[in-house]
Every structure is written in structure tokens, then in C-alpha cells.
Design a protein around this ligand. Structure first.
Ligand SMILES: [Zn+2]
Length: 251
């Protein structure tokens, strides 16, 4: 979380009469004020809480997006290419397409998978499946949970977590916006990328999809990387090295 976000997160909690209703969201106001002082203490979220926050973030994100209606060409293609892919390792998956030229995709801990039509336009079905596997890899390897913990601990929302016991506290839109930026829109480390790619390769093998699609998807992104418009690359860096690494694994 950058400094500007920390500062903007706190007024959202303490300004009375803002769009955020403290009582409704179940926040302890005194505790929320105190949270600024012990922001360094990391919140330890349960998996249930992580799923609860992920689901709120997905609802928030969907509200900002233009979603391909059921039966439209993008939605129909996604339904077809995810046939039999209703769950992964016990997690029930739910899919939507965001209609935008942006080349991007993300997954969340509650099984939310969102694919941008710009990404679907440039990829084959198996390449899209690689992206789904890669995004699930970030969730399953705990990368998104760790980011969520860091973001919540660093904002005054941390006390909301503590006050709510084992459930996820209700967050305001401004806080959900910050969380989406920090959990979904921040750049992953190379280590995280390798871990997510390894998960994707196993995912492709388990499902009997063509693993070469992992390599070709990244090669397409490498070709595009000079032209901009690939926001997926800004959060999932170094596609060339990753393509080379996976090509060796398949050979
Ligand atoms: Zn990634």
C-alpha cells in the first residue's frame, strides 16, 4: 500500500456522514481510530474471512465493469471453454467476461474468475485456460491472501476485522476500491509468477488441456508488450523468461 492510499483509507472510516455507514458495517469506531497506531501488526485472516472479502471485492469490481450478458458471443464462448471446469481443487468457480479492450484477467479466493474480452480476442481456448490456471495459482499459492492481509493491516480496516470475530466485516466501496488496487492490480514478484505458472502447468495436465498453450499465450503477450494495452503484463511481469522456462518443462 502506498502512502497516499493509507491516508485516504483512514478518513473513510472516521468522517461521520461519509457514504460509509459505520454502524451498518459493524465497525468499532474507537478501535478503528486505534488501528492507525498499530498498523504494523499484521491481521491474521481466516480462510472464511479471505473468501468473504474476496466476494465483496468481486461484487464491487463487477459493479464498475460492463459485463457480457448471458448468451452473448463472449459469454457463450466462455461457457463452452469452461465446460467441466466448474470447480478447481474443491473451490467452486464463477465466471464473467468484462467487455473492454484491456488485456487482463483475475481470480479471487471465493472462486471468482473474470476475463476481459480484450484478452479473449487474442487467445485460443487453451490459452485462456492457461490464464485461468495461472490466476488460480495466485489464489491457491496464497499470494492474494497475503496481499489482502497486508492491505487490511495497513489500513484502519484492520480493527474492523478484529471486531467482527471470524466473519469478514462489511467494507465500504472506497475501501473495496483500495483493496482491489492492492490485491488485484499490484505487480507480482518473479517468485510468485513462477509459482502461479507451475500451478497452471499442473492445472493444464490434470485437465488434459494442451500445455503448449502456456507458452504460446505468453509469446503473444511478449509480441504485444511494446504496444501497450496489456495490463495483465504489468501485474504478471517477464513473459519471455516465463515462456522459455515452461517451454523447457514441456520439451
Ligand atoms: Zn501472475
Amino acid at each position: 500500500m502506498n502512502r497516499r492510499n493509507i491516508i485516504s483509507a483512514i478518513p473513510g472510516l472516521i468522517v461521520v456522514g461519509s457514504s460509509f455507514n459505520l454502524a451498518r458495517a459493524g465497525f468499532d469506531v474507537g478501535g478503528a481510530l486505534g488501528a492507525a497506531t498499530d498498523a504494523a501488526k499484521a491481521a491474521s485472516l481466516t480462510d472464511d474471512q479471505v473468501r468473504g472479502y474476496a466476494s465483496q471485492m468481486a461484487t464491487y469490481s463487477d459493479k464498475q465493469a460492463k459485463i457480457a450478458p448471458a448468451g452473448s458471443p463472449y459469454a457463450a464462448r466462455l461457457t463452452t471453454l469452461t465446460t467441466g471446469l466448474t470447480e478447481d481443487q474443491g473451490l467452486k468457480l464463477n465466471y464473467k467476461v468484462y467487455l473492454t479492450k484491456e488485456v487482463n484477467a483475475f481470480a479471487m479466493a471465493d472462486g471468482t474468475i473474470r476475463l476481459y474480452s480484450g484478452l479473449m480476442d487474442m487467445m485460443t481456448d487453451d490459452e485462456v485456460r492457461y490464464v485461468i490456471g495461472h490466476e488460480m495459482g495466485h489464489v491457491k499459492s496464497g499470494h492474494t491472501k497475503k496481499r489482502m492481509q497486508t492491505a487490511l493491516a495497513a489500513s484502519a480496516a484492520q480493527k474492523g476485522v478484529a471486531a467482527s470475530g471470524t466473519r469478514a466485516a462489511g467494507l465500504a466501496d472506497s475501501q473495496l476500491g483500495d483493496l482491489v488496487v492492492q490485491v488485484v492490480r499490484a505487480q507480482h514478484s518473479q517468485g510468485n509468477e513462477r509459482e502461479a505458472d507451475d500451478y497452471a502447468m499442473q492445472f493444464m495436465s490434470r485437465r488434459k488441456y494442451d500445455r503448449k498453450a502456456c507458452v504460446t499465450a505468453l509469446e503473444k503477450l511478449v509480441k504485444m508488450s511494446g504496444g501497450g494495452g496489456t495490463s495483465w503484463l504489468s501485474t504478471h511481469p517477464s513473459p519471455k523468461e516465463r515462456a522459455d522456462r515452461m517451454r523447457k518443462q514441456i520439451a
